[in-house]
Design a protein around this ligand. Structure first.
Ligand code: SAH
Length: 266
């Protein structure tokens, strides 16, 4: 089946975040030879000529992520990301930190922030850019306690499928400090499946329309395929409540995207 987007696929990817998700419960270790986004981030940081960061998905035409957008400064960030940074407090974790754009903005404000990413080249670049606390680490095996956990650029996408959400919330039980908050953005991508007359036809082979699979390539570096979840706010709220959490939508973007604040239900 072929799908197309109204607003251009770039919006989807941008609000989709991207990236190498984990496989089952194993500790995810990424090989730097299979780290296309990390390679793009490293090239850009080193002032090398960057190539195309290409995104493939069986359901969409080939797309591209502009590498410079991964280095956005506070002023260049979408409003929902700026809002998330403004709401950040206490000991903070930036999950899937990429080039460290959010971590660095927080560090400048004096926030105590730790960045984690499974991409070895991104972690190397964050160190070179002056991120003080950074670890090559899979979120799902992380230990510690945090007052604010950030998952931006659709960072909750790393959960991959709805089915894995209960595991995600059980892990949150361990790493969210009492009174802590998780701030994440995602999008309702049902618009992608709308035809010219406004009818929506979802792909037949997926359990939920926001469960996508991607693969990325940068120059000669090809990544492993990964699953990535886009979740609408109602579904997120329902799943959170089933797992003892509350969801508050604190901001809405212009492209069906939103910022959610997730806290332990009282
Ligand atoms: N937050 C950054 C980067 C988003 S791309 C930004 O907004 O620009 C998503 C990032 O998540 C990638 O750098 C990817 O390597 C990382 N990632 C994917 N799965 C992960 C996991 N299980 N644990 C930690 N990081 C992960």
């Amino acid at each position: 089946m072929h799908f197309y987007t109204h607003n251009g696929k770039l919006r989807l990817i941008w609000h989709g975040g991207i990236l190498p998700a984990r496989k089952e419960k194993n500790i995810y270790e990424m090989d730097s030879k299979k780290d296309p986004m990390g390679r793009a981030i490293a090239d850009y940081h080193q002032g090398k000529r960057t190539g195309k960061l290409r995104v493939f998905s069986p359901m969409f035409d080939e797309d591209e992520i502009p590498v410079e957008t991964l280095f956005r400064k506070y002023e260049e960030m979408p409003e929902i990301e700026r809002k998330a940074l403004d709401m950040t407090r206490g000991r903070t974790l930036d999950v899937g930190a990429g080039s460290g754009c959010h971590t660095l903005a927080l560090q400048q404000r004096g926030v105590e922030v730790t960045a984690i990413d499974i991409s070895p080249l991104s972690v190397e670049t964050m160190k070179a850019r002056g991120v003080q606390e950074v670890k090559e680490q899979d979120f799902f095996t992380l230990k510690g306690k945090y007052d604010t956990i950030l998952m931006l650029m659709n960072g909750i996408g790393i959960v991959g499928t709805l089915e894995r959400l209960p595991d995600f919330f059980r892990h949150l039980d361990n790493i969210l400090a009492p009174g802590g908050q998780l701030l994440c953005d995602s999008s309702d991508i049902s618009y992608v499946f709308e035809d010219e007359e406004g009818f929506i036809e979802y792909p037949e082979d997926s359990a939920y329309y926001g469960e996508l699979s991607f693969r990325m390539q940068y120059k000669e570096t090809v990544g492993e395929p990964f699953e990535w979840l886009y979740i609408d706010a109602d579904t997120l709220r329902q799943k959170a409540e089933e797992n003892g959490y509350s969801v508050e939508v604190v901001a809405e973007g212009e492209h069906y995207d939103y910022l959610a604040r997730i806290t332990k239900a009282l």
